[in-house]
Write a protein that binds this ligand. Sequence first.
Ligand code: GDG
Length: 412
Amino acid sequence: GVTTATIDLEEQDVDEYYNGFANRTLWPLFHYRIDLAEYERDFAGGYQRTNERFADTVRPLIDVADAIWVQDYHMIPLGDELRKRGCKNRIGFFLHTPWPPRRLLLTLPNAAELVRSMFAYDVIGFHTAEWLQAFVDFAVLECGATFDDGVLSGDGREIQLITCPIGIDCNELLALTQSENAKRTAAVMRESANGRAMIVGVDRLDYSKGLEERFLGYERFLIENPKERKEVFLLQIAPPSRGTVESYQRIRGSLEALSGRINGAHADIDWVPIRYVNQGYRRDVLAGVYRAARIALVTPLRDGMNLVAKEFVAAQDPEDPGVLILSRFAGAAAQLTEALQVNPHSAEDLSDSIRTALAMPREERVARWRSMFQNVREQDVVWWRRRFTNALIGETDPSADRETEQSSAGAP
Ligand code: GDG
């Protein structure tokens, strides 16, 4: 029942807007990487121009009774552009990335203007209280807003700020885990593991995901644990993304070098420590991989939420679940408190946590998993959607929702 309207971007838009301001300016900045952020007036101009085009395009499609929900950092000024075109509807905005601390955001030219444009929204949602608070800090100290009881007041408008952690489509993942393809994949993985414990990582190839630090932490484990080291291997699945952006080409090169060096230094004739795979897999195959793993390493340096952590939890065998090692800097850490939480910058911390996970008794694994699974199942993507739209348009009848929506809502 969904109709989509799409528009083509000009090549200049792709360069300045998508690869430019969205992925070379805002993405690194919002992940605290001002060392990688590029501040170019052309990028900012392209971002504004493209959002104006989005507004021109969508404006005629909006009915008076519609509520509008804008997603993510690519479209921050869209609400304001719609207001300029006379749109009086309720408009919400959800940010899928972290919101950076005020002093980092101040490095962006015209940051206050960008933030003020967000005062056009009625509701703004963040994954965690930490990102929300960072937004409030900037809006209050740099844009003259005030904040009281969840409501931000600025430029004559009131904006409700909410934490709204995204979940996965848990029912879909449970079904995928039971599929023939997933079972076959899990069997193949167990067979090829040859009695060894598989540690798995699944991430878009992105510098925010902490892959270099993960490999170094794993190498530290290999060095510090000569007895256990040949009992494990790491499968890192990392499909390339944003490959035309230079910082992504660099991280790809450096991971190839690092995995090659580690394998060269530690492999034996019957064992390779890292299987590093640069391609994407079907979701049912991924579910089988999660199921066959003893440990998941989800160790981003900074992540708005991180859905892989939740997918791993949902795919586990309740009787014999694997252990989730989770970065304390992922939004998911606020909900998955029973994961082994680590500092991904510390190779020692990563190494220790792998050892702890390998030695963890089954009862403890089951107890931790149960608590995490309860959260993943209850606060799923439908819960997330409802939480946001309740704030935007008021209460709806949740049982009616369940029936009509089932579990088909995909994460963006
Ligand atoms: C942004 C925020 C936030 C990965 N490899 C394959 C594959 N994937 C899927 C995973 C997961 C998704 O991609 C990645 O989601 P994450 O949440 O982990 O990360 P981002 O892409 O950076 O997403 C993040 C999210 O938005 C939602 O708000 O959680 O913090 O950065 O679903 O399974 N899927 C397939 N093959 C692969 O090889 N089919």
